[in-house]
Write a protein that binds this ligand. Structure first.
Ligand code: MD3
Ligand code: FE
Length: 203
């Protein structure tokens, strides 16, 4: 079922459950060509989340800042293409949430190990902020922090479990959000990991 979160945002609980194995196989394929890595942030620290990308554009961070790039800086090669199951699930979730014709050109693959977290931030490096972001969670559950439009807004906590899909658009597109440190555990499909896919229209 679909659960509204706020203006333009909704959760589709377990919407990707039937596709989870195909998605995890697709993630493994992408990660063979473009291994997840702990990116440097402009402040000089490394992120606790390891990242890879697929699609025409990939999100990268280094000492110079954040941006989308056509090639993986590790290999110098274009990012792997977006596997069909990923595109299909993302488009279906967007359509079900009122965003017909979603055509993502970037998929950021986030790999969380126990303790990995993402501090409160906004996603504003994309050229088309009228397109939503679709997020798919796989493996260990996480506590998603959702902070509203001002950094000072007290974050709401939302549990995201294996197969949950969230669509963020409209007035929610520029909301502050983050992920609390991942609790240790074991998941039958992923072991000691959480994967999150975010589909974006970067250009
Ligand atoms: C709300 N990833 O990659 S997904 C990110 O679970 C990111 O890995 C988190 O935040 C993760 O940038 C959260 C849910 C999400 C993604 C993008 C959003 C929520 C969002 C953009 C705007 C508002
Ligand atoms: Fe984000």
């Amino acid at each position: 079922g679909r659960e509204a979160l706020s203006d333009g945002a909704c959760v589709l609980r377990a919407a990707a459950i039937d596709d989870a194995d195909a998605l995890l196989t697709a993630i493994a394929d992408v990660c063979r060509a473009a291994p997840p890595r702990h990116l440097l942030v402009p402040g000089g620290k490394r992120m606790s989340v390891a990242m890879s990308n697929c699609g025409a554009l990939g999100w990268v961070s280094d000492a110079r800042g954040y941006r989308y790039e056509r090639c993986d800086p590790l290999s110098g090669q274009p990012w792997p293409p977006m596997p069909e199951p990923m595109l299909r699930v993302a488009r279906a979730a967007a359509a079900e949430s009122g965003y017909d014709g979603f055509a993502p050109d970037a998929c950021l693959i986030n790999r969380y190990e126990p303790g990995a977290r993402m501090s409160l931030h906004r996603d504003h490096d994309e050229g088309d902020l009228s397109a939503p972001i679709v997020s798919i969670s796989l493996g260990l559950p996480a506590t998603f922090l959702w902070g509203g439009l001002a950094r000072s807004d007290k974050p709401r906590r939302l549990r995201l479990a294996h197969g949950d899909v969230v669509v963020w658009g409209g007035a929610s597109r520029l909301a502050y959000h983050g992920v609390a440190p991942l609790a240790d555990g074991h998941h039958a499909a992923t072991g000691r990991l959480r994967w999150n896919l975010t589909f974006r229209k970067a250009r």
